[in-house]
Design a protein around this ligand. Structure first.
Ligand code: GDP
Length: 484
């Protein structure tokens, strides 16, 4: 029948308007095709230029990736301690740092960097991250092979002599005349430490003269805990190219995230079972993500009070009534599902209890769910990460999202969704409660918590938000920056 045909996804939609490559076997990674069916269509059109760039990248990755003759040659050079002139393939090797949300933000930033600096992205996959994501590039792999010679994460820290900033300090490289530096005069690899060290990304990285030198290294190892994509936009030599790839800058992570991250069939099983059981047939889905950070503990009562203030002020859930309403309002009988992501069960218990014990004024039904409550954050547990990933995805299917300030877990979820969240602000350092319960984000981009120094060698503080028309300060992290 006509209606049934109409609801079938069109092939073009399946590949998200050309964002995804058509070269994959569908059954190997079901989430790639099915996840978008749980969401509304993306509000951000894709630029054909980005699509072209992705297809070119895929061909490059296939040509230079693990298992190829060119890869063996490049590894051979690295092992021999040489940085060859005119190398055909260049690589950036990503190393993990912090939890899953941070990792997804840095993988996407590193991929964007790979795209604009013409490098192949490879990932050091630690045991806790195995089996979470499908391969994103057809006919190849993004997993760093075990024979990589500099495989020890312990050696990657701010003081490492291979770090670019330390190479500059120690006069191993100079950045005053990049044109005169030949690749073969450089060490065999460079380490780029992009950490929000004292909440300021290292200087001497997002500057033209430094990028010109960095681009001469055939191997780069990168470790970061930050969504540094906005810093790439602020690097003058990349500004134009990025503008062409993302005419709507608010959609950077939204598109790159949907391109790169596809839960494996195992994790997709968790996501789709839960979605079909509790969320598929409701009228509206509202996600609450409550994250308590060890460095800024907030008492349960205070956080719960802030959440309910936000719900009330922003009218996120139906008001409670005193008596069962007559079944006459337009809303009566509609079901709103509340999905709670939190390490603790308290918020779920109280909100569920509230709607269990009291009617709503409109006769709407509120169903409250929480997939897991792990109690403790466990960076190194694979099963724990599977659940975390599943919950990021489940949150990303919500129509409305309220999330804890500062949380990269929440950033990933709303950015996938393409939904501007309400952010539950963090109390000031000397306060236990936040006066303002929540504010609406002005962008679906994640926040870069720690901007770089804009003026590069001039070393004077310039507020990027006042000079770059495409970044503004984040609602939750005053000195942070986000694209919009
Ligand atoms: P952030 O610390 O909030 O920026 O987010 P991260 O994802 O980087 O690190 C937090 C980690 O704690 C997650 O990756 C999970 O392992 C765990 N975690 C935090 N909140 C939740 C939650 O609501 N559900 C689950 N399953 N895990 C969580």
């Amino acid at each position: 029948p006509a209606t049934a045909t109409k609801s079938l996804p069109q092939p073009q939609d399946k590949l998200l308007g050309g964002l995804l490559s058509a070269a994959f076997e569908e059954s190997s990674c079901q989430s790639r095709y099915k996840s978008s069916l749980y969401r509304k269509k993306s509000p951000f059109p894709l630029s054909p230029y980005l699509v072209q760039k992705l297809r070119k990248y895929e061909a490059y990755h296939k040509k230079c990736g693990p298992g190829t003759k060119r890869y063996r040659k490049a590894i051979g050079q690295l092992k021999a301690g040489r940085n060859a002139d005119n190398a055909e393939c260049k690589y950036v090797v990503w190393f993990p740092c912090n939890g899953l949300g941070n990792r997804m933000l840095t993988i996407a930033s590193t991929f964007l960097y790979a795209l604009i600096s013409n490098r192949v992205l490879l990932m050091h996959v630690a045991a806790e991250q195995e089996g979470l994501f499908c391969e994103p590039f057809p006919g190849s792999s993004w997993v760093l092979p075990g024979d990589f010679p500099h495989n020890n994460p312990q050696g990657l820290h701010i003081g490492a002599p291979e770090s670019y900033v330390n190479m500059l300090k120690n006069n191993v490289v100079r950045n005053d005349d990049p044109g005169s530096v030949s690749a073969s005069s450089l060490p065999p690899y460079v380490y780029l430490h992009v950490e929000q060290f004292r909440l300021k990304l290292s200087d001497n990285i997002f500057c033209d003269e430094d990028q010109l030198i960095l681009n001469k290294f055939n191997w780069m190892i990168l470790k970061s805990d930050s969504y540094f994509a906005p810093a790439l936009f602020m690097t003058p030599m990349y500004e134009k190219e990025l503008e062409k790839m993302f005419p709507q800058k608010e959609s950077v992570f939204h598109h790159l995230g949907r391109y790169l991250f596809h839960p494996t069939n195992k994790v997709w099983g968790i996501v789709s079972r839960y979605y079909e059981a509790y969320l598929a047939r409701v009228d509206e889905k509202i996600g609450f993500q409550i994250r308590i950070f060890p460095e800024k503990p907030i008492k349960f009562e205070n956080m719960y009070d802030q959440l309910t203030r936000c719900i009330r002020e922003q009218r996120l859930l139906p008001e409670l009534g005193t008596a069962e309403p007559a079944n006459t309002t337009a809303e009566a009988g509609k079901v709103k599902a509340v999905l709670i992501a939190s390490l603790y069960s308290g918020y779920y218990e109280k909100i569920r209890g509230m709607y269990y014990e009291n009617p709503t004024k409109t006769g709407e039904i509120v169903a409250v769910y929480q997939p897991s409550h792990e109690e403790q954050q466990q960076y190194t547990s694979n099963e724990h990460n599977q659940k975390a990933l599943a919950e990021i995805y489940l949150l990303s299917y919500c129509d409305k999202i309220a999330m804890s300030a500062w949380s990269t877990f929440g950033y990933v979820a709303y950015s996938f969704a393409g939904v501007k969240p309400w952010i539950l602000l963090r109390p000031d350092w000397d306060k236990e409660r936040s006066e303002v319960a929540c504010v609406r984000s002005t962008s679906v981009e994640p926040c870069l918590h720690s901007p770089p120094i804009l003026s590069c060698r001039a070393k004077k503080e310039v507020d990027a938000a006042t000079v770059k028309p495409y970044v503004r300060h984040c609602e939750d992290v005053g000195f942070g920056l986000k694209l919009f």
